[in-house]
Design a protein around this ligand. Structure first.
Ligand code: NAD
Length: 287
């Protein structure tokens, strides 16, 4: 990834960035720029703040001004810089405008966290209306494709970068009443795997995270916010508690760092495409 186009430092941000970076050089993201969708709440906000702590300039993208303002307030409290952009990710023109604003403000794009998403009300598959299907697929799958379509040329132009998409546990297994959400999140893994192979040689890594039950506003909504609802959701977690947004943010940080330089696409793409066949020489050695 090219470091050529350094962005200006704020005076207050410089000292904090240097102090943080003594702690762990691998996560020194000074002069890097990340574009985060769904940055006004939950996992998106935690990731925006985590990257700011690591020295990155953050573009916080979301639908609601008031929640974006809270995200930028938290980033500015650390002494870092953020750009808040109101954008509905289901509108292509708004995504393009947000990326244009990113380049005019910071001059570059290094990382994209395509995280905005929405749940569906629990409905058996054949009872889902076509409108509801379209709404869920639009925000959770199509919007990520459109984001990537306009992010990748920017990353290629500057010699590389990293994209992380938010899929879900629902991207790798089925859940009753969640056919549209599961279809979108499974599709997102397919999109991520294929794009990872398309751009690996351009020094662009494309990966996905598949969170379990994470304590966010979305979890409150899908559990009904009741103690029983929460307990039922948490019972699915091997660690007997929900994950925190910060735990997912730390995974995204690792996926964007050089520490994960050999991680290209969600695991098992090579196993899925090419069944493991030991070479004859290895087989002979083992017998
Ligand atoms: N919380 C969980 O248990 C969990 C589990 C697996 C996956 N996820 C995924 O994590 C991601 C983040 O969710 P969260 O848990 O932080 O919940 P959340 O509801 O706090 O975050 C979702 C964000 O996406 C934004 N968003 C929704 N539609 C949008 C649109 N059209 N344009 C722009 N922004 C839009 C919302 O405003 C919100 O800020 C989502 O993709 C979700 O599907 C969450």
């Amino acid at each position: 990834m090219s470091d050529a186009a350094a962005v200006p430092e704020t005076t207050s941000g410089t000292a904090k960035r240097h102090r943080n970076h003594k702690m762990n050089h691998a996560f020194n993201f000074s002069n890097k720029v990340i574009f985060v969708t769904g940055a006004g709440t939950g996992i998106g906000r935690a990731t925006a703040v985590t990257f700011a702590r690591a020295g990155a300039r953050v573009v916080a993208v979301g639908r609601t001004d008031s929640s974006l303002q809270e995200t930028t307030r938290q980033i500015e409290a650390i002494g870092d810089e953020a750009l808040a952009i109101r954008c509905d990710v289901t509108h292509t023109d708004e995504i393009k405008a947000a990326l244009d604003q990113t380049i005019s403000r910071f001059g570059r794009l290094d990382f994209a966290f395509n995280n905005a998403g929405a749940e569906q009300p629990s409905t058996a598959a054949s009872d889902i209306s076509e409108d509801e299907w379209d709404r869920v697929l639009d925000v959770n799958l199509r919007a990520v494709f459109v984001c990537m379509k306009h992010q990748i040329p920017l990353l290629r132009k500057q010699g590389g970068g990293v994209i992380v998409n938010t899929s879900s546990g629902a991207g790798v297994k089925g859940f009753p009443g969640q056919a549209a959400y599961c279809a979108a999140k499974h599709g997102l893994i397919g999109l991520t795997r294929a794009a990872a192979l398309d751009y690996a040689k351009d020094n662009i890594r494309v990966n996905a995270v598949c969170p379990g039950i994470i304590d966010t506003p979305m979890m409150e909504r899908f559990t009904g916010g009741t103690p029983e609802g929460r307990a039922g959701a948490i019972a699915q977690e091997p660690v007997s508690r929900p994950g925190s947004s910060e735990e997912i943010a730390n995974t995204v940080l690792w996926l964007c760092s050089d520490m994960s330089g050999f991680v290209v696409g969600p695991p098992s793409w090579w196993m899925a495409g090419k069944p493991y066949r030991p070479s004859p020489s290895i087989k002979r050695d083992l017998t």
